[in-house]
Design a protein around this ligand. Structure first.
Ligand code: NAD
Length: 447
């Protein structure tokens, strides 16, 4: 048994992961990080809904054993730091955890308050909320820190429509796909050099010397690495998911027409993984048209590719043609947000960051500090993320209970203020505006 300072590992089964296979036992221990701001409201609701789903599906034979882990405000209060190394060790030990949102300082100020996200230039009591135990020095994003520390290289975002949610898109009801975004490289790798810096100037000189091409001397320079390793492990996960779920296709999305050796290579290496590692289960689009006459053999999955700009059109005009999308980091970031807007956006998009062993499920929205502690906001994102988590553990029956409960609550018009407002604006009459916990209860009653 691992030794921790503040983390208390409860009695239960430690989740095992071998060769991508997750073994959960009947009483798996799962890490839970409450999050800042509205994390206070949504995380306990998620735990109640998840427990009810597991009970409904397995009638008391299985049960989640929650293990509290601390970051953000709770990390600061317990350890004196927002991302304590012990929290990372504990997630790696437990293999599966779920988290609320965390405050990230965005302004220029030296300090931030983790109660209300106010930023200021001193570390005394917060000028906005008056609290003294949440003010700390600026820090780097906890979310990014967690991903990097555990090499959670796949950012996974399922996008689907829930009947009754007002959407700007005519074909919203046909949207049902899952995005696998590479999480560690591309222009997000952090190789970003200021105009006039030594590295920026050296790169400009090197490019001139080696290629004869000129970069304007007053340029800032960003480096965009996309590797075989980073690409193949991401695409491998996307294809394995598509096969396991019996889905019709995996689409490699890239901008290879302009960036041949980064984006173009992502596409090329993606096809290689499909052929080399899943050859008996995949068919490329080229083979599909040229050799199979447009007929898909049963039990196989189609691997296709699309240029990034066209996919932004396609998900709006023919969303039914896509089921799994695999993308490099930057385009994956943009597409995830655009796609969630297609189905009404807001609090309902779930998400996870998954590596070879550890997986961290999360609410995809922020801490919305003005609503914190009011039992008001929509807990849908973290609840659906818990559904993904149950699926990751092989507890599909419990995951389905969550999704069914949510579908029915929304269809019945039993929703939180955000959806209620949109539904009423569309002229819907029979809308019942519920609190955060009330929405959780409505889901439980409809499982
Ligand atoms: P935000 O998502 O917290 O809030 C924007 C607005 O969206 C809110 O004012 C609220 O009206 C609405 N909203 C958000 N979540 C909602 C929910 N569950 N139900 C109903 N309405 C909801 O974004 P922000 O204001 O830009 O950021 C606040 C803080 O959260 C910042 O510190 C930011 O860095 C952080 N943040 C964290 C994450 C994360 O942890 N994954 C993601 C985004 C932002």
């Amino acid at each position: 048994m691992a030794q921790f300072q503040h983390v208390k590992i409860p009695k239960g089964d430690l989740i095992q992961v071998a060769k991508g296979q997750v073994t959960a036992g009947n009483r798996p221990i799962i890490g839970v990080l409450r999050g800042d701001g509205i994390g206070l409201d949504i995380t306990p609701v998620m735990q109640a809904v998840t427990a009810a789903a597991v009970k409904k599906a397995f009638g008391g034979q299985r049960e989640i054993v929650w293990c509290s882990l601390y970051a953000g405000l709770e990390g600061l209060q317990k350890y004196g730091e927002v991302l304590p190394p012990e929290t990372i060790e504990a997630i790696q030990y437990l293999k599966v955890a779920i988290k609320g949102p965390f405050t990230t300082p965005i302004g220029e100020e030296t300090h931030v308050c983790l109660h209300c996200a106010h930023q200021q230039n001193h570390g005394k009591k917060c000028d906005q909320c008056g609290k003294t135990d949440g003010v700390t020095k600026r820090f780097r994003s906890i979310n990014v820190g967690l991903r990097q520390a555990m090499d959670l290289y796949a950012c996974v975002r399922p996008i689907r429509y829930f009947e009754g949610v007002p959407s700007p898109n005519k074909y919203a009801d046909q949207v049902n796909f899952i995005i696998f975004r590479e999480n560690t490289e591309d222009v997000y790798a952090g190789h970003d050099f200021e105009r006039g810096s030594e590295v920026a100037e050296a790169i400009i000189r090197l490019v001139k010397e080696k290629t004869g091409r000129t970069i304007r001397p007053d340029s800032g320079i960003g480096v965009k690495p996309i590797s075989v390793t980073g690409t193949k492990r991401l695409v491998r996960k996307a294809i394995a998911w598509g096969i396991a779920q019996g889905l019709p296709s995996v689409t490699l999305v890239h901008k290879g027409n302009i960036m041949k050796f980064t984006e173009g290579s992502f596409c090329k290496w993606g096809y290689e993984v499909a052929k080399e590692e899943f050859g008996d289960k995949t068919v490329s689009e080229k083979v599909f048209w040229e050799e199979l006459g447009g007929k898909m053999p049963p039990g196989k999955i189609l691997i296709k590719d699309r240029i990034a700009d066209s996919i932004f059109q396609q998900i709006q005009t023919r969303p039914e043609e896509y089921s799994v999308l695999a993308l490099p980091n930057l385009n994956g970031d943009y597409l995830s947000d655009a796609a969630i807007a297609l189905v009404g956006g807001l609090g309902l998009g779930p998400g996870a960051n998954i590596g070879d062993t550890a997986a961290l499920f999360e609410a995809t929205h922020g801490t919305a500090p003005k609503y914190a502690g009011q039992d008001k906001v929509n807990p849908g994102s973290i609840i659906l993320s818990a559904g993904m988590m149950l699926e990751h553990m092989g507890w599909k029956e419990a995951s389905s209970c969550i999704v069914k409960g949510m579908e029915r609550a929304i269809k019945d018009g039993y929703v939180t203020y955000d959806l209620a407002r949109l539904m009423r604006a569309e002229g819907r009459k029979e809308v019942k505006e519920l609190s955060c916990s009330g929405f959780g209860q409505a889901i439980i009653e409809r499982m």
